[in-house]
Design a protein around this ligand. Sequence first.
Ligand code: NAP
Length: 290
Amino acid sequence: MILLDGKKTSLEIQAEIAEEVKVLKANKGKTPHLAAILVGNDGASQTYVNAKVKACEHVGFQSSLFRYPEDFSEKDLLAKIDALNQDDSIDGFIVQLPLPKHIDVDKVIEQIHPDKDVDGFHPANVGKLVKNFPTYISATPFGIIKLLEHYKIETSGKHCVVIGRSQIVGLPMSILMGRNTYPGNCTVTLCHSRTQNIAEITRQADIIIVALGVPEFLKEDMVKEGAVVIDVGITRIDDPSKARGYRLVGDVDFEKVAPKSSYITPVPGGVGPMTITSLLCNTLLASQKK
Ligand code: NAP
């Protein structure tokens, strides 16, 4: 079993990004600038946004964080997005999800200018992804693609089972794995909460990408010997023995599944850092395109 070390891989890619930032600064006097909007007080969202800001500093990007209270109105949020769309000093920006319930997420995503949508969530960018045109690929699936590439994992002709069909992870992941390119060329099965006999399907998988948000959902008896296992799930479980009061648990029963797999991502330290690094890649691209 080989551990797919997202932390180490991320740092290597971030070192390459930092070099490109130096070139951009020297040649064009430009520093890539990522902005983030955070609405509300969700603990996990705050942690993710802080990690993104820290990563920006690490590679030499400029970053701006706009924080608003839980009761921030949809109208004001859309107005802020408009302002960022028009702000030439900002190359790309994200609206951290989830948003409070009174805000329509689809409306918010559609308001972001596709050229600045470095999360790759805008319908125009999703359409380009489906057409296999160059675009901002949604950060988590992009990170997984980069990890597969980094470890030179063979994907052609393999059966890839994706569990979870969310707009930001499972669905784009399934499209990417089915593309006529590397990594890709898989036969893809997309599973969700209505899928019958999920274990029978996962047992046939050469590659399993698990993104449903149910801690330790994927058990040893659901995995065939030698499968590649990518765990996207991150759930905070209360744990008084930890200084911060919780621990992070993935969607895979790591202890039992790891010995059966050929490659596997840990949680934390697998997909999470790759997601952040992919966001940096998209921001660098946005900056270079301008
Ligand atoms: P989501 O929007 O809640 O979607 C969950 C998906 O899983 C849905 O398609 C749902 O099916 C499916 N599902 C739920 N229970 C199921 C079950 N028992 N059997 C089969 N399918 C089931 O979640 P998400 O945003 O994709 O996130 C998934 C997990 O990844 C979460 O733990 C999240 O925190 C984590 N995440 C991690 C990163 C990272 O960087 N590592 C990034 C994003 C998300 P239906 O469509 O039928 O409801």
